[in-house]
Each structure stands twice: as C-alpha cells, then as structure tokens.
Design a protein around this ligand. Structure first.
Ligand code: C2E
Ligand code: CA
Ligand code: CA
Length: 615
C-alpha cells in the first residue's frame, strides 16, 4: 500500500525532470538549426562566387553554351536544386535544374542577397569584372537535408529521452514496488509475531476492539481467553532459547488446531497467548474450549532430545459482560489468568466481579502496606499461652496489627498474603521481630518475667533463607538470648522444598530457637517424619478445638495428636480456646498449653504488664 502522496510526488518529480530535458533538447535543436543554416549560406555564397568567377568570360562574351556547362557543375552539390546565370541587364542566360519541375528562380534576375523560405534558401551574387558588375548568379538550395539532419538529431534525442523516461519510470516503479513490499513487510511485522506467525499483541488488540464494537452494535458476545504457558521459563533454562521458540511455535499450532477458524489467536507476550472465541455467549462453551486447551497443554511437547512439560493457565473474560471496553476486557482476562495460576496452574478460571474487587483491594492493600512500612503503622499484640498444669502464662504469641489511617484495622489474614505476594513479607517480619525484642526488653525493664514469645514466620520467609540472619540481628540489637523467641511455621513449610527449608530450620534450632508447627492437623504431615524435623511444639489448629467437645471426630483427632505428639517428645498447644468446656476437654486430653479468647485476648504491651508475673 503506497502512500498516494508519495505516488503524486514521484509523478511530479518525473514531470519536471521531463520538461527540463525537453527544453534543453529544444534549445539544442534550435542552436543546431541556426548553425547549419549559417554553414549552408556560407557554402552557397562561396559556390556562387566561384561560379561567378568561372562564368565571367562566358557572360561577357555571350557564350551561352559555356555558361550552361559551368553552371551544370553544381550537379555535384546535391543540395543545390537550381542555378541560374543572368546578364548585366537581368535577363536569363543559363539555367541548371535538378528536377524537371517548374523553375522557382525567375527568368528575371532576383535582387542581390539571400532569402530563406520554409523549404529553401535562395541566393543571388553579382558577377564582377574589374569593379564592374557584368552579370548575376542565383542559386536555390533545398533545406531538405537540413531538415533531415534536424529530424535525425531530434529523433535521436527523442529516442534517448523516451528510453530514459521509460527506464526512469521502470526504475521508479520498481522502487515503488520495492517500497511497497518493504512497507508490507513492516506492516506484517507490526501485526504478526515472528516466532509463531500468529497475530501479535497489537493486532490482537485491534481484533478485540473490533469485536467489542461489533457486540456494542449488534449485541451478542464472545469469550476472551488469556493463556499463560506454565513453567516456560524452565523450558528455556533447561533446553535453551531455540527449543523455547520451538515450543512456543508448537503451542501456537496447538491453539490454532483447537480453535475454530473464525476465532482470533495471538501471542501477546513472552509466554502469553490470547484468543477470542467469537460469538460465544455461553460460559459452558468457553469452559469446554478451555478444558480442551488445558488437556492439550498438559501433553508433553517433543523438543528433539527430551519432551518438555508445560501447561496452560487460562483466564476467561466474557465480553462485553465482564469487560465492555478494551482495557477492562484485557485486565479482567489477565486477573482471571493470575487466579488460575494461583489455583495451581494447568487450569482455567473465569473472571467474576468478586475476583475483580478482591484483586483491586489486594492492590490497594499492597500500596497501603508500602506506606505503612515507611510510616511505622504496624505494631504487635501478644496473646497469652497458659499452662494447663499450673495455670501460669508460659508463652506469648506475637500477632502483627495494622491500623490503616483511613480504613482502620486491617486483618493480617488479609495483608499477610498480600505482603507475601508483593515480596514485602521479609520487611514485615523484620518489623515484627524488632517490636517483639524491644517489647521484651521493656517488659523486663519494668520488672516482669517474660515467657518465650512465639513469632509467626511465613513459608516465604523460610524459603528466602534470611530469617536466621534477621533473628540474629534483632537479638543482637537488643542483647537478648535466642531462648526468648519461638517461631511458628505452618505445615506447608515441610511439604515443598523440604531440603532447603529443613536446612534453615535446623540452623534456627541449632541456634536455640524452638520451632512450633502452626495449624497442625490441616496439612499432611505424618508423625513418622515429624520425628526427624527440628520441631518441638505442635499447635493444634483451632478448627478442631472449635468443634470440641461435641464433635467426636474432632475429639478423637485432638486426643490422637496429643498422644502421638507426646510419644515423640513434642509438647502440644491448643489455639482458639473460646470456652471453659473446651479448656476442660483439652486438659483431660493432656494438652500442655492453651491459647484463645477464653484464656486471654491478644493485647498490647502495656496491658500485658498486668498479666505477667513480677520478677
Ligand atoms: P495464627 O498464627 O493461627 O494466629 C492465630 C489467630 O487466631 C490470630 O488471628 C488470633 O487473633 C486468632 N485467635 C486467637 N484466639 C482466638 C480464639 O479464641 N478464637 C478465634 N476464632 N480466633 C482466635 P490474627 O491475629 O488475625 O492472625 C491471623 C493470622 O495471621 C495468624 O494466624 C498468622 O498466620 C498470621 N499472622 C499474624 N501475625 C503474623 C506475623 O507477625 N507474621 C506472619 N508471618 N503471620 C502473622
Ligand atoms: Ca500462629
Ligand atoms: Ca494458628
């Protein structure tokens, strides 16, 4: 697609060049014509003088025969058509005529001088003898020759001009064609993905806006799918980029095969694909396609040496219902895809208004949390853990609190997962450690016995491996011994990345910090391997405590945990104890420590002073 402006410009350029050449040509031809005419006149004058000189005697002596012979010598000059000799009185004496037509030179002598007409040149010169005019010679030369020359010259030049014009047009057309191809190529590259040959993000967004416009005009709807390749980074790291590209290409082919021809498929990012299932209004239909894709994605991709295992996490946004404009549709499909990834990959998720609110709130919380870290809005409360045996407070659990300047209290259940996602959990952890250690020092300073304080540590903190260093730093800063702290980790710490996590926990235990398994009973940990972990406390999840004492299953479970825990030398604590009956039930089961609203609410340091025993 050449720009018409460019085409016009080229045409104009050609035209001006052409007329310039033509003017130059005309000037040259004019000059040439003038020169040739002058030459002819000079030649003819010379010939006429020569004839006059030769014919003087014949004129003077009235020798008509000789005059005719002399004048006939012009036969050798083909341009001369006629030649005449006149006597002094102007009457004709001899005549040469090349062709037998009516003579053009009159019988009466013409005036001296020359005359150009369009077809010939006429010339009359005097014949003189010793200063006296004795007669007159007239010649008539045809201009045909001159015209011929001019024609040839003009023709030649015209030929050159034509050839160069044709050549120029050809070249410029070739150039235009070349330019158009390049432009097409650029356009193609701007719309297509190099690796897969699918539409690229730009083209996809164009297609999506058109689809949205169509639905706004004609009604109906489509399904927008965001497809993220799970573990693509692993494929790239393991097999290299070339294989990575091949896998992407294969993914594109699989997508193409699974979808209908009318659907739009594109690669919109490194390992992100997208599709529009056009005119798909029923969620069930979209779900069906997504299911097929998930299944398709789970099949290994052949990569030459080894099969590459990937998977698809798919987010679905029904348009226009869940996204009536481009930004909303794209963002919501993206949110649904992230949700699918969170759900454990190789699955699909629909966008819902609920999810949108959740994610927006998550983003709000993340932004707020960053400020909270700077402005010191976080603080710590302590909940007592009372000994069943002697009723004394033998432990505290530190629980972080956040009072948002506008929104008020925000639960750690809400902001801790956000902090984990946003990579802020280590900062939160350090703040909690610092508060806890400072509070321990102050409580001691005010003459209280402070039992070990349990700090919650998230799996992410263990995974990052800095927790040991953070604890050491906090203890050192406040000159405290490791025994003042305990940590609580959930069972999931032991489920994945066991080796790396176990090393961190071993380190902490070796440093003298007790480790408790939080929310015990909800995961899959077996007593068989608990024995090998550096864990000394089991914390029964409050879900089981809540159902005591009526739920026999919960009772059996609690009894089992306490019995088995004791059997392998662990102490057991129950959390979420809300009533005296629950407390009694746990006492009978042999539980060591109790924690919960019935035992004591989480309170700030100042209130804790009232509860702790004096030194
Ligand atoms: P968790 O470790 O299971 O903490 C116990 C939660 O139960 C606390 O909620 C506590 O206030 C609440 N609770 C205490 N007694 C009772 C009771 O009798 N009944 C009921 N229903 N609940 C009770 P909180 O403070 O909202 O903390 C929620 C979760 O947030 C904690 O669960 C813990 O996983 C996490 N968390 C709290 N502080 C921190 C922290 O400093 N770091 C990390 N990583 N996580 C923390
Ligand atoms: Ca806890
Ligand atoms: Ca817990």
């Amino acid at each position: 697609m050449t720009d018409p402006r460019l085409r016009n410009y080229t045409r104009l350029n050609l035209l001006s060049t052409g007329s310039a050449v033509l003017i130059a040509l005309l000037l040259m031809a004019g000059y040439h014509w003038y020169r040739e005419r002058e030459d002819l006149l000079k030649n003819l004058t010379m010939q006429a003088r020569l004839l006059g000189a030769n014919a003087t005697a014949a004129i003077v002596f009235e020798d008509g025969r000789t005059a005719n012979e002399i004048i006939a010598t012009v036969d050798a000059s083909p341009t001369i058509m006629e030649a005449t000799v006149y006597r002094a009185d102007g009457s004709l004496m001899a005549r040469f005529q090349r062709t037998q037509t009516t003579p053009a030179l009159a019988d009466q002598a013409p005036p001296l001088g020359h005359l150009f007409s369009s077809t010939d040149l006429r010339l009359a010169v005097p014949v003189q003898l010793e200063g006296r005019t004795v007669g007159r010679i007239a010649l008539r030369a045809s201009l045909d020759d001159l015209y011929g020359q001019l024609r040839r010259l003009f023709g030649g030049m015209l030929l050159i001009l034509t050839v160069s014009a044709v050549l120029g047009t050809y070249v410029s057309r070739k150039m235009r064609l070349q330019m158009a191809t390049t432009e097409n190529e650029i356009e193609r590259m701007a719309l297509y993905d190099r690796v897969t040959g699918l539409a690229n993000r730009h083209a996809f967004e164009l297609g999506l806006s058109q689809t949205l416009q169509r639905h706004a005009r004609d009604g109906g709807g489509s399904a927008l799918l965001f497809i993220d390749v799970d573990d693509f980074k692993k494929v790239n790291d393991l097999f290299g980029h070339q294989i990575g590209d091949e896998v992407l290409k294969a993914v594109g082919e699989r997508l193409g095969k699974t979808l209908r021809a009318a659907d739009i498929v594109a690669r919109i990012g490194g390992d992100e694909f997208a599709a529009i299932l056009t005119n798909t209004v029923a969620r069930a239909d979209a779900a069906h396609v997504a299911e097929n894709l998930v299944q398709f994605g789970a099949e290994p991709f052949e990569t030459g040496d080894l099969p590459a295992h990937i998977g698809f996490s798919i987010g679905i946004c029904m348009i226009p219902h869940d996204g009536a404009n481009l930004e909303d549709a794209l963002r919501n499909a993206d949110l649904a895809m992230y949700q699918a990834k969170k759900m454990g990959k190789n699955t699909y998720q629909f966008f819902s208004q609920n999810l949108g609110t959740k994610v927006r709130r998550g983003l709000d919380i993340e932004a707020g949390l960053r400020l909270a870290l700077q402005h010191d809005e976080l603080y710590v409360v302590y909940q007592p853990q009372r000994s069943v045996r002697n009723g004394r407070i033998e432990g505290l659990e530190a629980l972080v609190r956040w009072r948002h300047p506008e929104r008020g209290m925000i639960s750690p259940l809400e902001f801790i997962p956000v902090a984990e996602e946003a990579g802020l959990i280590e900062d939160v952890g350090r703040i909690v450690l610092d508060h806890v250690c400072r509070d321990i020092v102050e409580l001691r300073g005010s003459g209280h016995v402070v039992p070990p304080v349990a700090v919650n540590v998230s799996v992410r903190q263990i995974a990052r491996g800095n927790i040991g260093e953070d604890i050491r730093a906090a203890l050192q800063k406040y000159r405290l011994k490791p025994e003042v702290l305990k940590i609580e980790v959930t069972e999931s710490v032991f489920l994945d990345h066991l080796d790396a996590h176990a090393r961190t926990l071993d380190e902490l235990a070796a440093a003298g910090i007790e480790i408790a398994i939080d929310d015990f009973g909800t995961g899959y940990s077996s007593f068989a391997y608990l024995r090998h972990l550096p864990v000394s406390i089991l914390k029964i999840d409050m879900r089981f405590v809540r159902d005591l004492p009526d739920d026999t299953e919960a009772l059996a479970l609690v009894n089992g945990i306490i019995g088995m825990g004791h059997a392998i030398g662990l102490s057991v604590i129950a959390e979420g104890v809300e009533s005296a009956i629950q407390a009694e039930c746990l006492r009978e089961a042999g539980c060591d420590l109790l924690q919960g609203y019935h035992i004591g609410l989480p309170v700030r340091k100042q209130e804790m002073m009232m509860l702790l025993e004096p030194n």
